[in-house]
Design a protein around this ligand. Structure first.
Ligand code: KG4
Ligand code: ZN
Length: 348
């Protein structure tokens, strides 16, 4: 096999049916069918609805990806699929589809970790990953700080959220402010008109004993509660809620903690490349503050474009292609899904 393996990646850990095709380190196509609108009226992702949507979208999405990339299924060198973590039923649809393809085509299959895929995707955007790279993943399901000596088999967890994920906090605060689901992009937009120092919201796990014990961990549930209380107090007093200022001040509290801890991790582990991935990496203020603080610290910042930060198939294909190129053994065709797959386990 060439060192430019042609790999199709399937991602179904949440509400996006993603199919991407990568040749080596080149992205050929990234096709996503989202069921987000079907969940919006529930204010969160409904697992059963997501599973059914994956089932319906899978074959058309694979066909579309192949057509747009000008690739025939029989030319594929490997199939890569998210084995976890994620919603159990949703993962099953992706893994069963990938197994069927691998069996029919006689290609190897790689069951990979969703989180490592969020890191690997930047290879198709900005080239090979420096080893080690510091990675901060912030999405609706996770907030983790990872030291990554080798994305194909050595991912170390330095810290993670103790309660809500960063994106979850954005979504919950959006609801308090009467903004639609998923709330992140709406809070981001509202915050542009607001004053980020208007309200001094708490920065969880950043001081004293908390910081000693949870150096690289995060906590956003206290912040979320503080925002809800602040808004309630205004509403009870019959005062108008300054949505833009609340959004901006809340967002500042989140991105301040994220960037501060990420850069501290870089300094203490002597790493000069920071990669930020996951849906919240699309946040404009997080990008701006990370750029500013990285520049000051002499750290090179890598953030994939927003479409590659949210869940997609390209990231799974990108990690699969790395696995093939580095000569990693494929997964067994009987590979399981693992809804709580640990971040340190790159391959199932
Ligand atoms: O990575 P992702 O697509 O799915 C998960 O694996 O969770 O991330 C989705 C999360 C949602 O919570 C969404 O509100 C958040 O990412 N998000 C944002 C922005 N765009 C998406 N949060 C803040 N600012 C944004 N611009
Ligand atoms: Zn994700």
């Amino acid at each position: 096999m060439s060192d430019e393996p042609l790999v199709l990646g399937i991602e179904t850990s949440c509400d996006e049916t993603g199919v991407g095709i990568v040749r080596g380190q080149t992205l050929l196509v990234d096709t996503v069918a989202s069921s987000v609108e079907e969940h919006a009226r529930f204010g969160g992702v409904v697992p059963e609805v997501a599973s059914r949507a994956h089932l319906e979208a899978m074959v058309p999405t694979i066909e579309r990806a192949c057509r747009e990339a000008g690739v025939r299924l029989r030319d594929l060198d490997a199939i890569s699929v998210t084995a976890g973590p994620g919603l159990a039923g949703a993962l099953l649809v992706g893994v069963a589809s990938a197994k069927a393809l691998a069996l029919a085509l006689g290609t190897p299959i790689y069951g990979v970790n969703h989180l490592a895929s969020h890191v690997a995707v930047d290879i198709v955007e900005h080239g090979p990953l420096p080893e080690p790279t510091m990675a901060m993943l912030v999405s609706g399901g996770h907030s983790s700080l990872l030291l990554v000596p080798d994305v194909t088999n050595d991912v170390r967890s330095l810290g993670s959220t103790m309660d809500d994920a960063a994106g979850e906090a954005f979504d919950k605060v959006a609801r308090v402010l009467g903004l639609p689901f998923p709330g992140g992009p709406h809070v981001d937009r509202a915050a542009r008109e607001g004053n980020r120092i208007a309200i001094d919201f708490p920065r969880g796990l950043t001081t004293g004993r908390d910081m000693e014990r949870h150096r690289f961990d995060f906590s956003f549930s206290g912040l979320k509660t503080a925002v809800a209380r602040w808004v309630e107090t205004r509403q009870r007093a019959g005062e108008a809620v300054p949505v833009a200022d609340v959004a901006a001040s809340f967002q500042e509290a989140v991105v301040d903690v994220l960037t501060r801890k990420a850069l501290l991790a870089c300094k203490e582990h002597d790493v000069d490349h920071l990669l930020i991935g996951g849906g919240v990496a699309a946040n404009s203020r997080l990008r701006a503050l990370a750029e500013e603080r990285c520049a000051k610290a002499g750290v090179t910042l890598r953030v994939p474009r927003p479409g590659l930060c949210t869940d997609n198939g390209a990231m799974v294909a990108a990690l699969g292609a790395q696995m093939v190129s580095k000569g990693r053994d494929p997964s067994d065709l009987g590979l399981p899904t693992d809804s709580s797959m640990p971040v340190t386990l790159v391959q199932a």
